[in-house]
Design a protein around this ligand. Structure first.
Ligand SMILES: [Zn+2]
Length: 380
């Protein structure tokens, strides 16, 4: 377990925005154990702390199969309306306890129908749980606003159905659509019909891209996926080249030469930066899944090697997320503290990331403006 720093405590008390966090990757260990007992699902251990540590160790192992193991356990207990409702309520309570005031929670309904629920019933159960959570947070004088993002799984063929499902529930909690699962080999183009339906009906999409695959995946997310945001998106760095040159204008003393860094952006990177397409980065998860090592070419990478800061400095629109709080063993406050430590950020930069995320959120304009004022005031 990571030590909680005082900066992290300070961050926890400030209002934050979470745009990329999977419901099935973020259960409470104690609830997972309890529900697994009820449905007769076997877990690696029945001790909550040990279970959390096992998942975190698997996530850190660099083995994607081990990383994904956790989801088999979590989805096994999320097959009834009752359990989905409970998990969703606790999800909201846990986010509020970490100081999050606006969140979009993503999950894939098609992974939760093995117990006989219809897709609509599954979405309704999650929404009921989210509503319960918002109410219980309000009872303690807290505030949180939350919307659902429905994911279609890339290796399946349900995208059209999930897009229709999202449209049916748009006035009842669903704010957007995503595709999740294996990125490499499953380009958004494969789901073009679904994305077109959503675009025709003006429901926004965010698309996982630039995590397990590179620039082609990102450009297709923007073109076929019509993505308003990118899930992670960090391999946009592959479309950026930095070359160090010497300033030839200073011809005097050798040590007077200035090292200049020339930045050149490819067409996709230029589009993403100039159009301010929001990148939902998830620093620890990006290290665990190999998205960062894909860039560094090294076997292991640390937070300082994450392209987050380079992207931020170059004017890309970045935010910080958790991706899967249980699986990765993280919180949003912890992730913000980690990037602050790696890149020497103060509260002003961390506040930037909240506003970037809020502005890129799928919340309506008026609500966004009101929340933005509230968040800015608290961080100043
Ligand atoms: Zn994700």
């Amino acid at each position: 377990m990571a030590m909680t720093t005082s900066l992290e405590t300070q961050i926890r008390d400030l209002p934050k925005v979470s745009l990329h966090d999977h419901l099935d990757g973020s259960l409470r260990p104690s609830s997972l154990i309890e529900l697994a007992g009820q449905v007769g699902h076997e877990l690696p251990t029945a001790d909550p702390e040990e279970l959390a540590e096992t998942f975190r160790a698997n996530a850190d192992s660099g083995d994607l199969v081990k990383y994904l193991e956790a989801f088999a356990h979590t989805t096994a207990v999320m097959q009834s309306a009752e359990n989905l409702r409970r998990v969703a309520r606790e999800y909201v309570e846990d986010l509020a306890a970490d100081g999050i005031v606006y969140a979009e929670v993503r999950w894939a309904p098609e992974q939760h129908v093995q117990g006989g629920l219809s897709l609509d019933e599954a979405v309704e159960a999650v929404q009921a749980g989210l509503n319960d959570g918002v109410e219980s947070v309000a009872d303690k004088d807290g505030i949180i606003v939350i919307g659902q993002l429905l994911c279609a799984m890339r290796m399946n063929d349900n995208a059209d159905e999930i897009a229709q499902l999202a449209l049916r529930h748009r006035e009842r909690g669903v704010v957007g659509f995503d595709i999740a699962g294996p990125e490499d080999g499953f380009l958004p183009k494969r789901f073009e019909a679904a994305f077109t339906t959503l675009a025709e009906n003006m429901l926004p999409t965010t698309v996982h891209a630039g995590e397990a695959a590179g620039v082609d995946s990102i450009s297709d997310a923007l073109v076929s996926g019509r993505a308003r945001r990118l899930g992670h998106g960090i391999r946009i760095a592959e479309d950026i080249s930095l070359t160090e040159g010497v300033d030839s204008r200073s011809k005097d003393a050798e040590d007077g030469d200035e090292q200049l860094v020339e930045v050149s952006l490819g067409d996709t990177a230029r589009w993403v930066r100039d159009r301010q397409v929001h990148l939902e980065t998830s620093p620890t998860s990006n290290l665990q899944t190999g998205a960062v090592t894909a860039l560094t070419g090294r076997e292991e990478s640390s937070m300082v090697e994450h392209p987050f800061d380079m992207l931020y400095q170059l004017g890309f629109n970045v935010g910080v997320n958790t991706d899967n709080r249980l699986v990765s063993g993280v919180t949003l406050s912890g992730e913000l503290a980690a990037v602050a430590e790696a890149f020497d950020y103060g509260l002003a930069e961390l506040a930037d990331f909240q506003i970037n995320a809020l502005e890129a959120s799928f919340l309506g304009y008026e609500e966004r403006e009101a929340l933005s004022a509230f968040i800015l005031e608290a961080w100043q």
